[in-house]
Design a protein around this ligand. Structure first.
Ligand SMILES: NC(=O)c1ccc[n+]([C@@H]2O[C@H](COP(=O)([O-])OP(=O)(O)OC[C@H]3O[C@@H](n4cnc5c(N)ncnc54)[C@H](O)[C@@H]3O)[C@@H](O)[C@H]2O)c1
Length: 371
């Protein structure tokens, strides 16, 4: 524990941190990790999007105080920010699902675009100078199906409403940074972070491949897989969150002039750009079960090939992924198996141990932030 507090230059120890979306999968893991780093964590979001989830496992250990509120409610959000007086904000609250954005397109835009404007506006007025890390996605790029990796300066776009809403959130963050990020205007340093398809224990979202697989395994049924040949940049949630924490560290230390006040991709090494079929079969080595391909006719559009360049994160931040594809899938399967197929597991402890193991591996691989 003592060693963990010293990671990221010890910058999070005693620090007031606000996490929006703290009741969700990535937000829950981020709060748990921040707590291990000694931060004073406050949350702002709606109730947990799924039960089960990680909230019921992690919240008591990781959150100091919270507001259950809507990111579209600027007054309530501003009051929560004023009360917490965060030194840094990680903004993860969102409608995060592509397929749901076909059902609730306007809500997706309101939560993801207006919500981003609201957190920046609340930070500017109620927590002047606080750093803000805005979480978007690799889907914010105009994905033309080419095999080249997307770089941070590539055109933004998005075929579906979710992707477009995150591209718009990128533009909102950029415009707030350009317009209001000076000591006179109040907004502190702002960065945006774009990650790929994240896997890890505790995700139970609808229409995501591993949560669907876990539900099928628990039910003893074969999983129907829509796009087995689709290639995705699979990345463990701790690798992705480690990148966010490095960006946050740099914003806190270097302020508005930091080269980290920009956009960053966080994706896995090239060996983890694998098909959905690879993901499913690798998971099933750890927790045996069956799958079958499903007829895809009439399904909403899904981007075919998508991968990210992480050169900028390596050059500017000294960041690189820690866990490879096999480790990421194996550790994820271990987590779900412990929760659903073993008697009486202590999942909070198991999760803290996964964070400690990740950091140990980062130290062994020479990641400067982990020491
Ligand atoms: N999981 C992935 O593979 C992935 C990949 C790329 C980007 N992201 C992004 O990461 C972030 C977190 O995603 P996740 O996978 O943890 O999703 P999640 O659904 O588990 O969590 C979403 C969080 O947002 C909150 N929320 C939703 N609508 C809200 C609203 N109107 N007001 C306040 N809070 C609201 C939920 O309560 C929850 O806490 C999102 O911004 C998502 O777009 C996720």
């Amino acid at each position: 524990m003592e060693e963990m507090v010293m990671a990221f230059g010890g910058i999070y120890a005693g620090r007031r941190v606000l996490v929006t979306g703290h009741t969700g999968f990535k937000g829950g893991w981020l709060c748990l990790w921040l707590k291990q780093l000694g931060a004073r964590v406050t949350g702002y979001s709606l109730e947990a999007p799924t039960v089960p989830g990680v909230r019921e496992l992690f919240a008591r250990e990781s959150i100091g105080s919270e507001t259950i509120g809507d990111i579209r409610d600027l007054d309530r959000l501003s009051r929560a920010v004023a009360e917490c007086k965060p030194e840094i904000i990680f903004h993860l609250a969102a409608q995060p699902l592509v397929r749901r954005s076909y059902q609730v397109p306007v809500e997706t835009v309101a939560v993801n675009v207006l919500g981003t404007a609201h957190i920046l506006e609340a930070a500017r007025h109620a927590a002047p100078g606080a750093a803000v890390v805005v979480v978007t996605t690799d889907k914010c790029y105009e994905n033309l199906g080419f095999e080249q990796a997307c770089h941070e300066n590539d055109p933004l776009g998005g075929h579906d409403v979710y992707s477009a809403s995150k591209a718009a959130a990128e533009l909102v963050a950029q415009s707030w940074r350009r317009s209001f990020s000076s000591s006179r205007e109040g907004l502190g340093p702002v960065a945006t972070v774009r990650a790929g398809n994240v896997i890890g224990g505790g995700d139970y979202a609808e229409d995501r491949i591993l949560p669907d697989l876990v539900r099928a395994l628990i039910a003893g049924k074969p999983l129907k897989v829509r796009n087995p040949a689709a290639v995705r940049p699979w990345q463990h949630v701790l690798d992705c969150l480690g990148g966010y924490l490095v960006v946050g560290m740099r914003l806190i230390i270097e302020g508005r002039d930091s080269p980290a006040c920009s956009a960053f991709n966080f994706g896995p090494a090239a060996g983890s750009w694998r098909t959905v079929e690879d993901l499913v079969t690798t998971f099933l080595h750890h927790w045996p079960g069956a799958w079958e391909a499903e007829d895809n006719t009439g399904q909403p559009h899904e981007a075919r090939f998508l991968h990210l360049s992480t050169e900028k994160a390596a050059d500017v931040l000294g960041w690189k992924p820690v866990w490879d594809f096999e480790q990421s899938v194996g550790i994820t399967a271990d987590w779900y198996r412990a929760r659903h197929a073993m008697p009486g597991p202590d999942m909070l402890r198991a999760s803290v141990e996964q964070i400690a193991a990740f950091m140990q591996d980062a130290v062994s691989q020479g990641s400067g932030w982990a020491r």
